[in-house]
Design a protein. Structure first.
Length: 279
């Protein structure tokens, strides 16, 4: 995939940069594997807003992706590679020898008509899914299970992957893009390759309307609100908030650690890298 720019006929097209979808399936998705996408729009089961600035957006169906990859020892052919409005990477429709079809996450450099396979006896090539214990050290992988049989949870976004850096008994040592090094059960499944659409990070929205199409509502700064609405609100004239940055509920926004899962701390070999201040 390549980036697509536009001639500056309008103010919005001047800075817009999108990803070209040439080479992707141009028809409708496979109907048996789609369902209604009844998004909560940032609200919980009581109808109260728990995630602000969500709402609206273009209507789209949900594609039922198989993150488990449990159909072993049977070859599948890649029928087509599609755009998925629910995620940043592309997806592929595969057809197994028994005629059943599934949606999988599509890795880079995988073409229509190629064969893929799941299971411990699979070849080490992009698109094949194997247990971590059967994958050599140094191979890029994605859609990694945290617990065996639990379905892929790690490295599912566009252009992402993690690397197997070593073996420690019954665990594989995984290095993530954030710099975190973690131990995962070697029986967990992972898929070979780097995920598709790596240019997703280079997109420039170009105009406010495109953000609304994606379901992103306008974000209002806390310092311009009233004191009843935000801890930074109020003050005479233009003020700086009067305190360190916090969320609307008063939680610190300057590196406060919120992780509270001591049960899995023993599996983290190295914490992720600290974010560099870009200012």
């Amino acid at each position: 995939m390549s980036l697509k720019t536009f001639k500056p006929y309008t103010k919005s097209s001047r800075g817009t940069v999108l990803v070209s979808r040439s080479g992707l399936w141009r028809g409708k998705p496979y109907k048996p594997l789609i369902s209604a996408n009844n998004s909560s729009k940032g609200r919980n089961n009581y109808g109260r807003i728990t995630s602000r600035n969500h709402g609206g957006g273009h209507k789209h169906k949900y594609r039922q992706i198989d993150f488990y990859r449990k159909k072993f020892d049977m070859t599948a052919e890649v029928e087509r590679i599609e755009y998925d409005p629910n995620r940043s990477c592309h997806i592929m429709l595969v057809k197994f020898e028994d005629g059943k079809k599934y949606y999988y996450l599509a890795p880079q450099n995988l073409k229509v008509g190629e064969k893929i396979q799941n299971g411990p006896n699979s070849e080490i090539k992009p698109g094949n899914c194997l247990p971590l214990q059967d994958i050599p050290v140094g191979i890029d992988i994605h859609n990694v299970e945290i617990n065996p049989g639990g379905g892929g949870k790690i490295a599912r976004a566009a252009g992402t992957s993690v690397t197997i850096s070593g073996i420690d008994g019954n665990y594989s040592i995984i290095k993530m893009a954030s710099g975190e090094v973690r131990k995962i059960d070697s029986r967990s499944l992972a898929t070979i390759g780097v995920l598709s659409n790596p240019d997703q990070k280079n997109i420039k929205i170009g105009k406010a309307g495109r953000s609304r199409w994606l379901g992103r509502r306008p974000h209002t700064r806390g310092v311009v609100k009233n004191p009843v609405d935000h801890p930074h609100g109020g003050g005479e004239g233009k003020s700086a908030g009067g305190r360190h940055p916090v969320s609307p509920t008063g939680q610190s926004a300057k590196g406060l650690k919120t992780r509270d899962n001591k049960r899995t701390d023993k599996f983290i070999v190295k914490r992720r890298n600290k974010r560099k201040d870009t200012k």
